[in-house]
Design a protein around this ligand. Structure first.
Ligand SMILES: Cc1cc2nc3c(=O)[nH]c(=O)nc-3n(C[C@H](O)[C@H](O)[C@H](O)COP(=O)(O)OP(=O)(O)OC[C@H]3O[C@@H](n4cnc5c(N)ncnc54)[C@H](O)[C@@H]3O)c2cc1C
Length: 389
């Protein structure tokens, strides 16, 4: 089979499928797997146990104790619980390690190879035409797996509705900066003036190195780089000695997953399938989860010698049951948060505490909404949907 993309989703799929005896080719257009990075590089520590992975020490730039949420007026809630422990990764190494694991399991990994178009036989996917270092090659395969990330070009060619609307993406810009005083917290700054329908993040990668990034709603008329530079200029206490050592950017889905993940001879996994958290745009863990689930179904289909949709469907059914409802709830929260004004943010952050924030993050919205409404009943129209009021 041929897997398109050696990000976390594609390499995870490749490793599991190859370990089960399947002949697997994982190709990626990048010359070097993992580079360039388009990511804040944050991942929760509990993901390791949940996903059955062990992040190697050299792929961990720093460990994180918790998160801090900043309102536009500077008011802060700090959250430090076992579930907020995490890592800021070196994704250049993290992604490469996952690809190396796929190789160790028996997969072939081919960097510098762009999947250019889909090959069809009798109207069904049967491989891809690719370009490897300027040379055109055809890879024929009974199963094609798109782990292409946001581009999802071949998935779209296969008929999947993997194009995201501007409303359902965030456009992002990020510097890796040296000279930023860091504490072991992921910091999130909310302000519609700076990042409408998004936020600014500071993810520490060491004592004085951090990813400093911004995500803004794709349908919003703000330029991410201009807005990030504005934020930096307004926080001299953090950035007076800071200089960028890397520029990064990208687009990430913050909408619903695509409406189907499998067709005959084709599967879509990870960010290509918009399996991304709509609140913060995190998708590393979700891509690994999808890679594992999809490989389980592919292996069963391999044993039957039949990659038709009905044999690939268990992946989609399992995902929609175990992860779909959680992401749907997070999408509902995103659509509420994007309606808040800066004054609402100041009020909410000023009236809830660490335990309340913990409840919101675990999906228990009702008691927190009730608490906020006592002091600002006018928010009922916006927040009511979270409680069914
Ligand atoms: C600015 C930004 C910050 C983010 N921060 C975080 C964060 O802190 N934590 C988090 O969990 N997530 C974060 N994300 C999201 C995260 O990066 C993705 O969800 C995750 O990488 C998805 O993994 P994947 O394997 O599905 O796809 P990707 O990692 O996107 O991998 C797709 C691969 O496919 C390759 N490819 C694409 N098209 C082709 C083609 N036609 N032929 C060959 N190869 C192809 C690409 O080169 C790429 O290597 C962020 C995203 C952005 C844009």
């Amino acid at each position: 089979m041929v897997v398109l993309g050696a990000g976390p989703g594609g390499s995870t799929f490749g490793k599991k499928a190859a370990a089960a005896g399947m002949k697997v080719l994982v190709l990626d257009k990048k010359k070097e797997i993992g580079t360039p990075v388009r990511c804040g590089e944050g991942i929760a520590e509990h993901s390791e146990a949940e996903l059955g992975i062990k992040v190697l020490p050299n792929a961990i730039a720093s460990t994180i104790d918790g998160a801090r949420v900043f309102a536009p007026n500077g008011k802060t809630i700090r959250l430090k619980t076992p579930s907020t422990r995490g890592y800021v990764l070196e994704r250049k190494l993290f992604d490469k390690h996952l690809a190396m694991d796929a190789v160790r399991a028996g997969a072939h990994v081919l960097p510098h190879t762009l999947a250019a178009s889909l090959i069809k036989k009798d109207g069904k996917p049967a491989g891809v035409k690719a370009v490897h270092m300027g040379e055109e090659i055809e890879f024929r395969a009974p199963l094609v797996v798109s782990a292409e990330g946001m581009e999802a070009k071949i998935a779209r060619e296969a008929g999947f509705d993997a194009k995201a609307t501007l409303y359902d993406v965030d456009t992002c810009f990020e510097y890796e900066m040296a000279g930023v005083p860091c504490e072991p917290y992921i910091d999130l700054y909310f302000s519609t003036r700076i990042a409408n329908r998004g936020y600014v993040w500071i993810f520490p990668k060491g004592k004085d190195v951090a990813n400093v990034g911004i995500g803004i709603g794709g349908n919003v008329n703000q330029n991410p780089k201009v807005q990030l530079d504005l934020f930096i200029s307004e926080h001299p206490e953090l950035f007076k000695r800071a200089q960028p050592v890397e520029y990064k950017g990208g687009i990430i889905s913050v909408g619903a997953p695509i409406n189907e993940f499998v067709k005959d001879n084709f599967m879509v996994i990870g960010t290509a399938a918009h399996q991304v958290d709509p609140i913060h745009g995190g998708g590393i863990g979700l891509a690994i989860e999808a890679g594992n689930l999809a490989a389980e179904s592919a292996v069963e289909a391999f044993k039957k010698g039949d990659y038709s949709k009905k044999n690939l469907l268990p992946y989609e059914e399992k995902w929609r049951k175990q992860t779909g409802p959680k992401l749907a709830k997070r999408l509902m929260l995103r659509k509420v948060l994007e309606k808040l004004s800066d004054d609402d943010w100041n009020h909410i952050v000023g009236s809830i505490n660490e335990a309340d924030l913990d409840k919101v993050l675990s999906g228990d919205y009702k008691p927190v909404v009730a608490k906020v409404l006592i002091t600002r009943p006018t928010l009922l129209k916006v927040l009511g949907v979270l409680t069914g009021i």
